[in-house]
Design a protein around this ligand. Structure first.
Ligand code: ZN
Length: 313
């Protein structure tokens, strides 16, 4: 019999859930506000509620559901199935598996949200035709995950794949949320790119970006592609550091594919041409030969699909 699972991407603002087939097809999906302010038990109740809601909308009876997978932001203790700390959710030491299995009566699996997205992309997205996937997502921060043969590599205490905190500018970089200075995410995240562009404008640099109302990261990429000097400089710096970081990681992991996610991943040649060039500058030749750099394919669905895949194994 075909297996049926539900994946939930648990965010600080929204819960996204999908009923997913064992081939990785989304039958139906739904989004509810998380309502973190109502407290941990209420959020867990809502997670159980959205799981039942998507299963019902998919036309599945509850006893047909093989399990629930969760992508949960924060730091987790996978030995004891605990969410140790999630700043986004306001959780401390929440036994998330036990809580959800009590509510739902089916097996529950969980992982960190970035790992879940990495697994989704490796399974049916940008990494689907490859065995060794390195996933990097450029958003508010820089997240990542390492997936080998459809299994997440978690490391000793769940910290593998924290690519955003590679320290690349220890002397004159910006302070990162993690406490260090000059992490990759302070340089190459979508947020960092936008901040750098705004700093250049505040400094008085002449740029076509000045004409843009409500400047976004996407505008910076677009103006760089059109030849604006300031936008091009900002992008070049962010992409240079990203390419360097990917080369360090690739020399260590020898991935078959590096999947880039997040808003900037859709920027096209203005991202991928220099990224490939910098990657080739710093990575070993045989490492470069084995690795393709590709955009993510699943967008916001990566998290729910990867969460579902946690159940399927
Ligand atoms: Zn950091």
């Amino acid at each position: 019999m075909r297996r049926k699972v539900v994946g939930i991407d648990v965010g600080g603002t929204f819960l996204k859930a999908a009923a997913v087939t064992e081939e990785g097809r989304i039958v139906v999906k739904e989004e509810w506000p998380t309502e973190v302010v109502q407290g941990t038990a209420a959020v867990l109740d809502r997670m159980a509620g959205i799981a039942r809601a998507v299963a019902e909308k998919a036309g599945w009876t509850w006893h047909e559901v093989d399990g629930i997978g969760l992508g949960v932001p924060g730091f987790h203790d996978f030995q004891n199935d605990l969410c140790e700390e999630s700043v986004n959710l306001g959780w401390k030491n929440v036994p998330v598996i036990a809580e959800m299995e009590n509510r739902l009566g089916v097996p529950v699996r969980f992982d960190n949200d970035a790992n879940a997205a990495a697994l989704g992309e490796a399974w049916v997205g940008g990494g689907k035709d490859y065995r060794h996937t390195l996933f990097v997502t450029l958003g508010t921060g820089v997240g990542g995950g390492i997936v080998i043969d459809d299994q997440i590599y978690r490391g000793a205490n769940g910290m593998a794949g924290e690519i955003g905190h590679l320290v690349l500018e220890p002397e004159h970089g910006e302070r990162c949320n993690c406490g260090h200075i000059g992490c990759l995410e302070t340089i190459s995240s979508a947020t960092a790119i936008l901040r750098a562009a705004k700093q250049r404008l505040q400094r008085g640099d002449e740029s076509s970006l000045r004409m843009v109302e409500n400047l976004t990261t996407r505008d910076v990429f677009e103006h760089a592609a059109q030849g604006d000097r300031v936008a091009a400089d900002v992008i070049d710096y962010a992409v240079h550091k990203l390419g360097y970081a990917l080369a360090l990681l690739a020399n260590t992991l020898n991935p078959e594919v590096i999947v880039i996610g997040g808003g900037p991943s859709k920027a096209g040649d203005v991202l991928y041409k220099p990224l490939n060039r910098y990657f080739q500058t710093y990575a070993l030749k045989r490492v470069v030969e084995a690795a393709e750099i590709r955009p993510a394919e699943l967008g916001n669905d990566a998290g729910v699909l990867g969460a579902a895949k946690l159940v399927l194994g």
